[in-house]
Write a protein that binds this ligand. Sequence first.
Ligand code: 3LM
Length: 399
Amino acid sequence: MSTGKRNSKQGISTRAIHLGYDPATEQGALTPPIYQTSTYAFETVEQGAEYFAGTKPGYVYGRTRNPTQALLEQRVADLEGAEAGLALASGMAAISATFWTILKAGDRVLVDKIVYGNSFTFFSKGLTRFGVETEFVDLSDPEALEKAAARPFNAVFFETPANPNLRVIDIAMVSAMARKAGAVTVVDNTFATPVLQRPLEHGADLVIHSATKYLGGHGDLLAGIVAGSEQQVKDIRMNGLRYLTGGTLSPLTAFLVLRGLKTLELRVMHHSKSAAAIVDFLGRQSEISNISYPALASNPAREIYQRQMTAGGGLICFELDGGITRGRTFMNALDLITRAVSLGDAETLIQHPASMTHASYGAEERAKHGISDGLIRMSVGLENTEDLLDDLEQALRRL
Ligand code: 3LM
């Protein structure tokens, strides 16, 4: 078959649909099977011992490896341009397994000031109980990073675009600074997905996903992924996953994420197109202010956005004049748009970070970290854009 680009890598959707699976190996089954098993039979005791010792490759036990997971790991790793991937039970399972593997007591980690609420709690109140020092730094400010990097550090963690306010961080700049210090750079790429941004291409070492969001894409599962070099991912599998967290993804859920991946590119492009139209509409409403969207011409990090991302994604933040009191009235007046946390689903979801996803920061910390109480976050779904615009318009009219 001639594709006209025979020697280049196939496109994202082609790889997300076909990579690593040949139906001929599974009795012609078009869809990869779900290996619903917890353990694996050894032909001989000697073979089992070799698998355990790692002198021969083979499946041993479902906590660390499963063929359905393996296909998912291979596909996401490929989309991210990584050597290897590891599937876990949730995004938090991926974050905790990663940092419990790469850090030890006495180490220091730099974390961006604006991250998902439970990631904030993991670094500020979780890891610190075990002798790890966490410093929150505004990683969008090179001078702040330089100042923090004056003391030795072992790892740096950030999201870009960040949850909730979609601030964009320069992956190449932070990764270069970390490499100079001998520290590992870990980027949470949940909001952008590998369709819009591939952090490893900009120098990051590990990329993390809450696959609960866009990768799964249908609001019906929890899953996490970490991808990076063969050696780093093996360490996380054999330490962070095997005995530190045990946060394994079930084979059935791995199958559902594989199904989601097939439409990832299509969905993310639609989410982005629809979100851009909604941003345009919101920008024309007098009572809406502080709109944040990575692709906006007024984004102070627009140059970084253009270097790093290919479209703006599906998330939008904004505030209503009159603050969150009017914001609540507005959100309660929506009919089609659903009040719910999470993101990346077919349904458009709207939520209030200060009282929901980022409540765990506490009021004082939110103020210190620049997460405003009036902020509203919307995850634009896959409904027809006109219907979403109609709903926003009628809710604004009822204010
Ligand atoms: C949310 N976020 O609504 P799981 N990394 C990022 C995330 O946004 C999330 C995780 C990791 C939300 C979930 S809040 C109660 C619902 C950037 C999750 C954690 O463990 O798969 O939920 O991923 O912002």
